[in-house]
Design a protein around this ligand. Sequence first.
Ligand code: FAD
Length: 601
Amino acid sequence: MPDYQAPLRDLRFVMDELLDFPGHYARLPGGEDATPDVVGAILEEGARFSREVLLPINQSGDREGCLLEGGEVKAPRGFKEAYRQYVEGGWPGLAAEPEFGGQGLPHSLGMALSEMTCATNLAWGMYPGLSHGAADALRHHGSEAQKATYLTKLVEGVWTGTMCLTESHCGTDLGLIKTRAVPADDGGYDLTGTKIFISAGEHDLAENIVHLVLAKLPDAPKGSKGISLFVVPKFLPDDNGQPGARNGVSCGSLEHKMGIHGNATCVMNFDGARGYLVGRPHKGLACMFTMMNVARIGVGVQGLGLMEASFQNSLGYARDRLQMRALSGAKASDKPADPIIVHPDVRRMLLTQKAFAEGGRMLVMYTAQLVDLVEHGKDPAERERAETLLGLLTPIVKAFLTEVGFEATNEGVQVFGGHGFIKEWGMEQLVRDARITRLYEGTTGIQALDLLGRKVLMSQGETLKVFTKEIHRFCKAEADTPALAEFVTPLSRLNAEWGELTMGVGMKAMTDREEVGAASVDYLMYAGYVTLAYLFARAARQALQALGGEEDAFYRAKLDTARFFYQRLLPRTRAHAEMIKAGGASLMAMSAEDFGLGFEI
Ligand SMILES: Cc1cc2nc3c(=O)[nH]c(=O)nc-3n(C[C@H](O)[C@H](O)[C@H](O)COP(=O)(O)OP(=O)(O)OC[C@H]3O[C@@H](n4cnc5c(N)ncnc54)[C@H](O)[C@@H]3O)c2cc1C
């Protein structure tokens, strides 16, 4: 069985040394309770829960999957009991408002813990994970009555939430949805339609399930401007707020899928199900975006957790597995062969995993601070800046970390050789589980369009400048630090190039909008590498300053990892830059006839 130790030392480096979380929490309204002692204790307890409760049921959950019997879904063995312990431990409400029964701790702390859940049991983690988004949508857009009825239950974790968007004919293009909501006499609505791919749509972990559903009202304008959001409980709450009559929503079938077998992916049938409007009519997509933004960062964290899990197990295996001698001569001469960790190519794979995991952790926690500031920041200017940066970084966190997360878990299989392909070791499960993260909550292609089209070009590059200026300030401040030149010189060049590439695409897009789509995924990947380069340069500065103490090994390893990132991963920006500059001509050259289409493109 794969093992996992939460990377608490690295988390402490990122939170305490690199990003000054203690200072951040002390300044944050409501953050005063998150003292270093409290934070440390919570992270340690989260690490224990993940390793002792979630990890042991990860492989068995993958093997067993979920079962649909008589309309009821059973999660794999142990999932319900783990969820009970999770609720009893008060975990669901950690970062929720005290007025709804939460503990009021900062969101960033919840994000740090989420990495551990994703690393040890992604399928299980999605049951409580979706509730956060549902709670957020209700908190921002729900009526007072809806908050009183549903929010407290979601925060306590006794009810869980879902997000019901996708239908068989539409995923990306939600303007096409067909689910209808007809007003009833009592102020409610009756919903009819079928949603597919609904994560945690039906299960036996919680006493009620709160579906947040996109549907169209009879007078809805066409397309995405005519979508409304409804809350549809599995059991209608009775006068005491307890689960009462069964509502007309049910699970028609379970999807058979590539990974996350322990999570129920459901076809949900709404047959005149009673629902209640959340927010204003036809404004549902904006409400749903509240939920989707939270969820998108959450999916980036899934990529992070999975690559850390894969790295730890690859490292353990590479230390033990004996094959061949080092090219330069035997290293473990008392053994019949050297451990494979001596081979440069195995190190390339391990360091790729390590660098992406550590870089990803810095990016997630940097973004987590922005989430705290957007939610609770005192100073309006600081809040506005955080909101801009968060908008820019959300598609990068979501898509870049899941793209490299998939790569890193795949390298994990490679380190194990043929044994990686065998289920017993658990490495192939990590790849299968990681594969979905590039798809749901908007594919990489859609995140890339959001980044380049909506966030960067629609703001005439102003949003990007908020970030590149910060990088520029760092480079300028360290321009005369010789020990950092190996990081600052290339970073400074890339930061300037980022602006030039943006301008180049922007100019082309003025005459041909397809140029945005043609450049977008390479642009997103380029942005991800430069963002991680910035964070690794800061980490290197921190490590250099800390050298000379008792933890030299840790700081030297941090510097080595930063160097590996700069020398062996950052050069990928060259290829992405060339592909961005190549434009869309070769993509669009093939004629409609060549593709067998009956219409002109
Ligand atoms: C296991 C699993 C769990 C899921 N959980 C949920 C859930 O809980 N709730 C929910 O509502 N949905 C859920 N989904 C659905 C998921 O969010 C969608 O599958 C995803 O958004 C993509 O939609 P689609 O599958 O319809 O693909 P399509 O939208 O048909 O896209 C197909 C391809 O075309 C590309 N494409 C589409 N439009 C464009 C464009 N304009 N520009 C460039 N490329 C484009 C896409 O990037 C993709 O590569 C889940 C899916 C799975 C598999």
